[in-house]
Design a protein around this ligand. Structure first.
Ligand code: 0RA
Length: 290
């Protein structure tokens, strides 16, 4: 579990007594519907309720609506891209801090699938962004888990964003869809042909929900550095468009370099880092001692 987060404050928004201290069971919100903007049949109303739950009690999904919760949104989106890297399809992730409280996360993975879900009849990418827990996994069991609080998914980020735009390059085209507080502004659009693949998510956390939308470069950079240490060979770039700062994290040595970094001002027990690794039943373990 390559996260070292402290547990977030529990329920800072004071949810109703019936939900205190419990995250909703995934199935409670696993409602999938046909989304037609402006259509108010019973099915689309259920979807709105699904994301309404997130907007009503954000703390239950992201820990808090303070600075910590705000930064957690970025992790949620980056974790999806890291999952794609763990699956072996993505080698670079760029995280851009935009002016006006925006964040853009770009990966060069396969792109979130755009084909219609056979049962639900809407594109898989739309499902991923509008249905709780229909995020990166799609039930294929093919992904390793990249992080601790991981799992609430990008639909939670969408629900809490005044605006979110997803751009996918896949299946020979560029595709895009935009959302306001989690609701599609319109259907997924097919744009010009493209031979590239990848996913870009751009979001603006709602200032009506979050106490602040001012991201800390240092907080994000520290978190992304850790992500890079724990995913050797993965290139993670942070760019701050507010003041033209940037940094690239790429550690070929993985946790060997991580432990040296952690111990840089300490006297190690072993002058050389001891490292061993093993794999069985699909579980990989790496150990570094210094
Ligand atoms: C499910 C299936 C496939 C890709 C992804 C999810 C995916 C999700 C995210 C989220 C951010 N970046 C992403 N990149 C990929 C691909 C399935 C296939 O191609 O067979």
């Amino acid at each position: 579990m390559p996260h070292f987060d402290q547990p977030d404050d529990i329920n800072p928004t004071q949810p109703e007594p019936s939900t205190v201290n419990s995250r909703p069971h995934p199935a409670a919100n696993a409602v999938i519907n046909h989304i037609e903007p402006g259509a108010y049949d019973s099915e689309s109303i259920t979807v709105l309720e699904g994301l309404e739950a997130v907007r009503k009690r954000p703390g239950m999904y992201i820990g808090s609506t303070g600075e910590r919760g705000l930064h957690h949104l970025v992790s949620e989106v980056v974790d999806n891209a890291v999952d794609e890297a763990l699956a072996g399809y993505c080698d670079t992730i760029v995280i851009r801090i935009l002016p006006e409280g925006g964040i853009q996360v770009i990966d060069d993975g396969r792109g979130i699938p755009v084909k219609e879900h056979p049962k639900e009849k809407i594109p898989a990418v739309t499902l991923a962004l509008t249905v709780l827990h229909a995020g990166a996994k799609f039930g294929d069991g093919g992904y390793k888990v990249s992080g601790g609080l991981h799992g609430v998914g990008v639909s939670v980020v969408n629900a809490l964003s005044a605006r979110l735009v997803v751009e996918v390059k896949r299946d020979g085209y560029r595709w895009t869809q935009s959302f306001s507080l989690g609701e599609p502004d319109g259907p997924l659009q097919r744009l010009e042909p493209s031979e590239e693949t990848g996913t870009t998510v751009t979001f603006y956390a709602s200032p009506d929900i979050f106490e602040t939308t001012n991201y800390s470069y240092d907080t994000l950079a520290a978190r992304l550095r850790e992500m890079a240490f724990l995913n050797k060979g993965l290139k993670i770039v942070i760019e701050d468009e507010r003041d033209d700062r940037d940094h690239t994290f790429l550690y070929k040595g993985g946790i060997i370099e991580f432990i040296k970094h952690l111990n840089q001002n300490k006297t190690p027990v072993h002058p050389k880092v001891l490292f061993f690794e093993g794999k069985r039943d699909g579980i990989e373990v790496e150990v570094a001692l210094h």
